[in-house]
Design a protein around this ligand. Structure first.
Ligand SMILES: [Zn+2]
Length: 375
């Protein structure tokens, strides 16, 4: 096997067309592979600075770009069921949440070592910095790796080793959130949570994700009670594909502090009123909703109605490598397709910062940066 070089580009064929050189390249040699820093692009004159935001709904496994999948597969000697990048990208047409999850879990096979998890995390942070992200609360799904025979220490330490230096290296403060797969049992989740607590894993909170319908919040009442006892923050996906009642149960039974997605709240006016009154943050992911057919087109997305109702919404990328873009791509398409105003963009950026679990001092710093950003 000879020496190979992958130069990674964002906005590749599944994106809207614009290309921007990736700040790292993956060099694969006979004795292994590593990410090497590229010379930074000269910013194009007149290019607007990205809006400073907090990203609150992001699955680190969903940042695994096709190029990195191939590079890590080669490094680990894993045969992929796709001949090339184009064939892999052709699989990114999803019909629903489950069709995405099938590909998502299959691609995780390339994540084997701490270094793999670290490289994936570094790649996200480098791209997120370009997108304007200044604070990120990153979900990791330990059960998706344990079930493949990857230890908790490998996945947690791999991600956490990079997050520890992210403020200095990328200007992004970060928190790690352990998310649990709601299609598995509560006992499985409780066991993993106990292990995370026993190893003193650097997690700030827990989340609940994966297949929503048929796996209501009540299934995880004990898990969330345990997390509360342990002093952890609590969030849950609800009202993406599941009904508005899942949002109510996540608030009342799981006592979550934020709802991930939550778009189906709009079907229940009484619930909307409550969410507005209680300022409950909803981490909306517009491009994800379109890609997974939760809404038919971006033009029909409920976000404008949610803003008009006074809901505490912010914009996030969810699984950006799979859904057509990072936070800046979400904002750009919201502006071009539904005519989202600059005022609403700034309002949601402020919502994202206020709804984060960052320290009050960090929030004040980021709100000051937003005010001074000229947006
Ligand atoms: Zn999500």
């Amino acid at each position: 096997m000879g020496s190979m070089l992958f130069t990674l580009h964002w906005f590749d064929s599944i994106r809207s067309g614009e290309r921007r050189a990736y700040p790292y390249r993956m060099e694969t040699h006979d004795d292994g592979a590593q990410l090497t820093e590229n010379e930074p692009d000269e910013p194009e004159t007149g290019e607007p600075h990205a809006l400073p935001v907090a990203e609150l709904h992001l699955h680190i496994e969903g940042t695994l770009e096709p190029e990195l999948i191939f590079a890590l597969a080669e490094r680990n000697g894993i045969e992929l069921p796709y001949a090339d990048l184009d064939e892999l990208r052709s699989r990114y047409e999803f019909t629903d949440l489950q069709s995405f999850l099938d590909l998502y879990y299959a691609n995780m096979a390339v994540l084997q070592t701490e270094q793999d998890f670290a490289d994936m995390t570094r790649a996200y942070l480098a791209r997120a910095a370009l997108a304007g992200v200044r604070h990120a609360e990153i979900m990791l799904d330990p059960q998706a790796h344990l079930s493949r025979g990857i230890s908790l220490a490998t996945c947690v330490n791999g991600v956490a080793s990079v997050l520890a230096g992210s403020r200095e290296e990328f200007g992004i403060s970060t928190l790690l959130i352990a998310a649990f797969l709601r299609d598995l049992t509560e006992d499985s989740a409780l066991e993993v949570l106990e292990q995370l607590l026993a190893m003193d894993a650097p997690i700030a909170g827990i989340g609940l994700d994966s297949a929503e319908v048929g796996n209501p919040p009540a299934k995880f009442e004990r898990l969330f009670a345990r997390a509360k006892d342990a002093g952890l923050h609590r969030i849950a996906h609800a009202g993406e594909e599941g009904p508005p009642s899942y949002i109510i149960d996540a608030l009342d039974i799981l006592e979550v502090e934020r709802i991930d997605h939550g778009i189906r709240c709009m079907e229940d006016p009484e619930l909307v009123e409550r969410l507005v009154d209680e300022l409950v943050p909803l981490t909306v992911c517009p491009l994800s909703n379109v890609r997974l057919r939760a809404v038919d087109t971006l033009a029909e997305h409920p976000l404008p109605a949610m803003l008009a109702a006074g809901l505490n919404v912010c914009v996030n990328s969810d699984d950006p490598a799979y859904f057509g873009g990072y936070v800046d791509d979400n904002f750009a398409q919201l502006k071009s397709v539904i005519g989202l105003s600059e005022f609403d963009c700034v309002r949601m950026a402020a919502n994202s910062i206020r709804s984060s679990f960052a320290s009050e001092e960090r929030k004040a710093e980021l709100l000051a940066e937003l005010a001074a950003s000229g947006h």
